[in-house]
Design a protein around this ligand. Structure first.
Ligand code: ADP
Ligand code: AMP
Length: 214
C-alpha cells in the first residue's frame, strides 16, 4: 500500500499519516521531519534546508528527490509506506513515478486532506511539535496529557519556527502555486481521493480507512 498525503500545510497530513501507519503497520516518511532532524543534528543538509524552511519556501527538488527515492527502497518499505509532505512539486511527483515504475510499482492512493486557508492559520499557531519523535499536537484540538510534553516519548514540545503567522501565509502561497497542481496530476492518474479535513481527527481517519479498505 503506497500512499501519498496531499493538502495544505497544517491540513492534518502528519496527524492522519501517523494513524494510518499505526493501523496498517507501514512506515511514515515525512520529509519535513527528516529535514528537522537534520537541522537538529546540524548536518550540511539541515543547514541548507533551514535557509528555505525559515522563509516558508520549498527546499529545492534536488535536495529532496534522491533522499526519498532511496528511502522507499529500504527493507521496511516492502509492504508499503505513507509519504507525508512529498511530493510537493510536479517534478518531485514525476521523479517518484519514474523510480516506482522502474521496479514495476506505482502510487496506490493519493489522499487529499481538504482544509480551507481560513482554518489553517489558527491550526498552525496552536500546533506543538515533538522534534524527537515527530508527533504533533494542538493546544486546543489535540492536547497532550501534560502541557508541553510529548505523550509518546516525553520530550519537550516546540512551536515550529515556520508556524509563525507571517511564514504560514507564505507557505500557503507556495502551496497553491507549486503543490496544489498535484491534485490534478493524481486525478489524471486515477488515484486521487478527497477527505474533509475540517472534521474531527477521528472522523477524518474514518473516511480514510473507508478509502483504504479495512
Ligand atoms: P500537516 O502535517 O498537514 O502540516 P498536522 O498533522 O501537523 O498538519 O496538523 C496541523 C495542526 O492541526 C496540528 O496542531 C494538529 O494537531 C492539528 N490537527 C490535525 N488534525 C486536526 C483535526 N482534524 N481537527 C483539528 N485539529 C487538527
Ligand atoms: P512539513 O513538515 O511537511 O510542513 O515541511 C516543512 C518544510 O520543509 C516545508 O515548508 C519545506 O520548506 C520543507 N519541505 C518538506 N518537504 C518538502 C518537499 N517534498 N519539497 C520541498 N520542501 C519540503
Amino acid at each position: 500500500m503506497k500512499i501519498i498525503m496531499l493538502g495544505a500545510p497544517g491540513a492534518g497530513k502528519g496527524t492522519q499519516a501517523d494513524k494510518i501507519c499505526a493501523k496498517y503497520n507501514i512506515p511514515h516518511i515525512s520529509t519535513g521531519d527528516i529535514f528537522r532532524a537534520n537541522i537538529k543534528n546540524n548536518t550540511e543538509l539541515g543547514q541548507k534546508a533551514k535557509s528555505y524552511m525559515d522563509k516558508g519556501l520549498l527546499v529545492p527538488d534536488e535536495l529532496v528527490v534522491d533522499l526519498v527515492v532511496d528511502r522507499v527502497k529500504a527493507d521496511d518499505c516492502k509492504n508499503g509506506y505513507v509519504l507525508d509532505g512529498f511530493p510537493r512539486t510536479i517534478p518531485q511527483a514525476e521523479a517518484l513515478d519514474k523510480a516506482l515504475e522502474a521496479s514495476g510499482d506505482k502510487v496506490d492512493y493519493a489522499i487529499n486532506v481538504e482544509v480551507p486557508d481560513e482554518n489553517i492559520i489558527s491550526r498552525m499557531s496552536g500546533r506543538r511539535a515533538c522534534i524527537a519523535c515527530g508527533a504533533t499536537y494542538h493546544i486546543v484540538h489535540i492536547p497532550t496529557k501534560v502541557e508541553g510534553i510529548c505523550d509518546k516519548c516525553g520530550a519537550e514540545l516546540v512551536l515550529r519556527d515556520d508556524d509563525k503567522p507571517e511564514t504560514v501565509k507564505k507557505r500557503l502561497d507556495v502551496y497553491h502555486e507549486q503543490t496544489q497542481p498535484l491534485i490534478d496530476y493524481y486525478t489524471k492518474k486515477g488515484v486521487l481521493n478527497e477527505v474533509d479535513g475540517t472534521k474531527d481527527m477521528e472522523e477524518v481517519f474514518g473516511a480514510i480507512v473507508k478509502i483504504l479498505g479495512a
